[in-house]
Design a protein around this ligand. Structure first.
Ligand SMILES: O=C(O)CCC(=O)C(=O)O
Ligand SMILES: [Fe+2]
Length: 360
């Protein structure tokens, strides 16, 4: 599904790769010797749908190539005239909804039986976010009955059968005896995806319906169904069966790819953005077509249906710097309770994407 990073020599061979390279985060040295600062990037060609909406609602003006979609449900939505099946709904989610889906993405979505990128190495991990908040450490439990490390919380077994468990920071330090260990905070920073509903098997590139799974939570299904209706004809139905949650830290990218493992491409992928602003590239059916670049902000919703399902797309950049302070401050107010400080800390430097799919 997802494009792998190519070695440097090949990285500019196609128009899509060229655009990825143009927007990707590079560093240059700042005035003080050690400090790396992000290299400035030319953003004048990036479509800003928030500005498009402001200009449309204020003056009735629209840039060339962008059209308004009439939808009965109150948001101003846009489509691209040259990219049938692609829809953009800026600010579709209220701040409260954004707060809710950020909490769920960190607390409940990575919970087993949902799988994450950590499964292969550590087995199913319970309560990762809480463990990170409590500075716990995941330690390898080679001989569970004799290890001498007081345990609590979850036990996990990875694919080679090793057991891992969370212990308190001090216990991890004192236990010594050569056990492998990794701080929960490190695992949280390295959390790249979790899967909801039918589980996607990344190595086989298909949905493995034999894997245990829970249904996608009802409220998320209702939200996806409401949004998907924009891209579907009257009487057509969208059945949310699987979702992939992507977590991006500074410097993380999602390479150009197609989502082609679902049976019916007329059905939209409903994609929600949360947290830091990103650049999204939407290309053509091959990587040779120069992609359009657009900003994705917290609360934006994108739909890809029909022909747009056959188009390469990816996320070459997220922005954690200070230029988006107004948006960030509003979002962080959702987590003003001191108990929730950990959410604002996470989302200040991260982006979360939830994309919901009908598989069959
Ligand atoms: O992060 C995004 O906005 C896009 C995610 C995506 O394309 C995917 O998960 O297939
Ligand atoms: Fe995708």
């Amino acid at each position: 599904m997802y494009g792998a990073e190519k070695p440097d020599g090949e990285s500019e061979r196609t128009a899509f790769r060229k655009a990825e390279k143009k927007y990707k985060l590079y560093y240059q040295h700042g005035s003080s010797k050690k400090k790396k600062v992000p290299k400035p990037v030319e953003l004048s060609e990036v479509i800003d749908f928030e500005a498009v909406r402001e200009s449309y609602e204020g003056k009735g003006e629209l840039p060339d190539g962008i059209a308004v979609v009439e939808c009965g449900f109150g948001w101003t939505s846009f489509r691209l005239e040259n990219q049938p099946g692609f829809y953009f709904i800026p600010g579709a989610l209220s701040l409260q909804e954004q707060g809710r889906w950020i909490r769920e993405s960190l607390i409940s979505f990575p919970q087993p039986p949902n799988r994450t990128n950590h499964n292969a190495e550590y087995g199913p991990i319970n309560d990762l976010f809480l463990a990170a908040r409590e500075r716990r450490v995941l330690v390898e439990d080679r001989s569970p009955s004799q290890s001498g490390v007081p345990t609590s919380g979850s036990q996990a077994a990875n694919e080679s059968g090793l057991l891992w468990k969370f212990v308190d920071e001090l216990d991890a330090k004192s236990s010594g005896n050569g056990q492998k260990s990794v701080a929960a905070s490190v695992l949280l920073r390295k959390l790249r995806w979790s899967t909801l509903g039918l589980q996607f098997n990344w190595s086989q590139r298909n949905y493995d319906i034999s894997l245990p799974h829970n249904k996608i939570p009802d409220d998320l299904c209702q939200l996806a169904i409401r949004m998907a209706s924009l891209a579907m004809g009257p009487g057509e139905q969208f059945k949310p069966e699987a979702a992939i949650v992507n977590y991006f830290g500074l410097g993380d990218t999602l390479g150009g790819h197609l989502d082609d493992m679902e049976a019916d491409w007329s059905k939209p992928i409903v994609s929600l953005s949360l947290g830091c602003k990103a650049i999204f590239l939407l290309g053509g059916k091959t990587r040779d077509k120069p992609p359009l670049a657009m900003f994705l902000r917290s609360g934006d919703v994108v739909l890809m249906a029909g022909e747009a399902r056959e188009c390469f797309h990816g996320v070459p950049r997220i922005f954690t710097d200070e230029e988006d302070t107004a948006h960030k401050a509003l979002l962080e107010q959702q987590f003003s309770d001191p108990e929730e400080h950990c959410f604002s800390e996470y989302i200040r430097a991260s982006r979360i994407n939830i994309n919901i799919r009908q598989v069959f």
